[in-house]
Design a protein. Structure first.
Length: 367
């Protein structure tokens, strides 16, 4: 276990944070690392191993596939286009991408509905990864190096049965929405969504360790990423080498816990989008997540409340073998980002896993 204790007194409790992070590792996560900020004070911690074969330890500066945290970056890029007058939040997506969402649905579904998951467009993943319908891992292995085209994935979601009428709530979380937003950014900017987000959001925010991968491998330093698929892969399998074209604009970003805290701090501090755009991002609706929870979802980010009445904004994210979370208090005074190299450890219908309790303990301490 490593940690960095600030030289001055702070409201952070390094011993408690270190103990809680160790608890996540001891409960079954091979490796976990985090950064917690209280004002100008910063604590870094890591517990466990980055590689089960070599026993090399994790450390707080490692790069991580951050999954759906990517959606906040996409949303910020779209809002910047709104500010420039290049797109309207309540304009039909059919005005911009009529071939991808044709006919009446294209006229009813707005850009805002894509951002807050109230479009009614279904998730494409069960169709691109058909073995997931039986919680079987074959599709994960079959698609490891497959190069998907966004338009073919979007078509799977658009052609699938709708999850509801456009604009109705609760919305249903769907990566199809964010692949469409990636195509929208490309349409508006004339470059790929990934290049546009890098130039409009990542670089201006000074995020030097954040970017979209150009190949299946992750640049060092990084951890292996072990997928359990709800207990169906035992022992969990390493999917750290993976072609992320299956979800790139929705969940393909690589970052560090330090960069994530910097990003959300700047975003919620009004340094990336204008205050009026941020207000739009924080207008929430109920959205049913893929794990069945109901989220208070805005435009690319959502909120959570602590037991003492605090409000935090951010996003969680998973890809095969990796789980990441990043949360910032609404006044910006407290932040934490954490990354784990194990995903989907709980078997369906089983009792809560010890990891769940340990992770909840760490989150309470970090918040």
């Amino acid at each position: 276990m490593t940690d960095e204790k600030p030289a001055t007194e702070t409201l952070l409790d390094p011993a408690e944070l270190r103990s809680a992070l160790d608890g996540v590792h001891h409960a079954g996560v091979p490796g976990v690392f985090a950064e917690v900020r209280q004002g100008e004070q910063v604590w870094h911690g890591a517990s466990g191993v980055a590689d089960l074969d070599t026993g090399n330890p994790v450390h707080p500066g490692m790069r991580q596939r951050v999954g759906s945290i990517t959606k906040t970056f996409v949303s910020a890029a779209v809002l910047l286009q709104v500010e420039k007058g290049h797109v309207r939040l309540d304009a039909p997506i059919g005005d911009y991408l009529p071939r991808l969402v044709p006919g009446e649905r294209g006229r009813k579904i707005t850009v805002r509905m894509l951002l807050n998951h109230t479009s009614g467009l279904a998730e494409y993943l069960p169709y691109a990864f058909p073995s997931l319908k039986e919680l079987a891992p074959e599709s994960l292995d079959d698609n490891r190096f497959r190069q998907f085209r966004p338009v073919e994935l979007i078509a799977l979601g658009v052609d699938a049965p709708s999850t509801g009428e456009p604009g109705s709530t609760p919305g249903v979380y769907s990566n199809t929405n964010y692949l469409l937003l990636g195509e929208l950014l490309q349409h508006l900017s004339g470059t790929t969504a990934e290049e546009h987000i890098a130039g409009s959001v990542i670089e201006p925010a000074g995020l030097t360790q954040t970017g979209f991968p150009g190949e299946p491998q992750i640049e060092e330093p990084h951890s292996r990423m072990y997928e359990a698929l709800f207990g169906r892969i035992d022992p969990p399998r390493d999917y750290s080498v993976y072609n992320m074209s299956w979800v790139m604009p929705g969940a393909g970003l690589i970052s560090t816990v330090e960069d994530l805290n910097r990003f959300y701090g700047k975003l919620l501090g009004g340094e990336i989008v204008t205050p009026s755009s941020l207000e739009q991002m924080r207008r929430t609706v109920p959205v049913i997540a893929q794990d069945g929870r109901t989220l208070d979802y805005g435009l690319g980010l959502y909120k959570t409340e602590t037991a003492d009445g605090g409000t935090f904004w951010g996003h969680d994210g998973t890809v095969w073998g990796a789980l990441t979370m990043s949360w910032t208090r609404d006044d910006g005074g407290r932040q934490f980002s954490a990354a784990m190299n194990l995903a989907r450890w709980t078997k369906p219908g089983s009792e809560p896993h010890p990891i769940d309790d340990a992770l909840a303990t760490f989150k309470r301490q970090a918040m």
